[in-house]
Design a protein around this ligand. Structure first.
Ligand code: HEC
Length: 131
């Protein structure tokens, strides 16, 4: 009787461990997935984003330890409309949503280039179900 009970406990613990490791595995595969390839008409925006923004906002806009992801409801077009992006690049952003610190203004990126960056970011957001 006692042994049977112990077996049951061991078996439950084993199941639980398998369950836990399945959870962490799937979690990892989500975060390490490379961003989907951008359609060719967005490749200019992708390049500009990677050169000027990805250092903090991450390749594929997934975020880094220096800046937030844009794959978030917070940055959907209704919350942060396109002018916010122009303002952010032109003036920088004072820390208010997160603990990453301020975003410095980004020089050397023209207004039309920011438009291309926005188109790319909006596409990434749509790909991830944010619209
Ligand atoms: C040196 C790091 C850094 C770089 C480079 C950078 N950002 Fe940011 N950005 C941040 C941080 C940090 C925040 C979050 C500030 C907060 O809300 O606390 C932010 C926030 C933003 C926001 C949200 C603005 C708001 O009003 O909440 C936009 C839009 C943005 N960045 C666009 C860009 C674009 C476009 C580029 C590239 C041209 C870029 N960022 C490059 C660090 C950076």
């Amino acid at each position: 009787m006692k042994t049977a009970r112990r077996h049951k406990i061991v078996f439950t613990a084993l199941l639980f461990t398998i369950f836990l490791s399945a959870c962490t595995d799937s979690g990892q595969s989500i975060s390490t997935e490379p961003p989907p390839p951008a359609p060719s008409e967005l490749s200019g925006g992708e390049k500009l984003f990677n050169n000027n923004c990805a250092g903090c906002h991450g390749i594929g806009a997934v975020g880094t330890d220096r800046g937030p992801t844009f794959i978030s409801k917070i940055y959907e077009p209704n919350h942060h409309a396109d002018p916010t992006f122009h303002m952010a690049v032109k003036n920088g952003v004072r820390q208010h949503h997160w603990d990453f610190g301020n975003m410095p203004k980004i020089s050397g990126v023209a207004k039309e280039e920011v438009d291309q960056i926005i188109a790319y970011v909006r596409w990434l957001q749509r790909e991830n179900g944010i619209r």
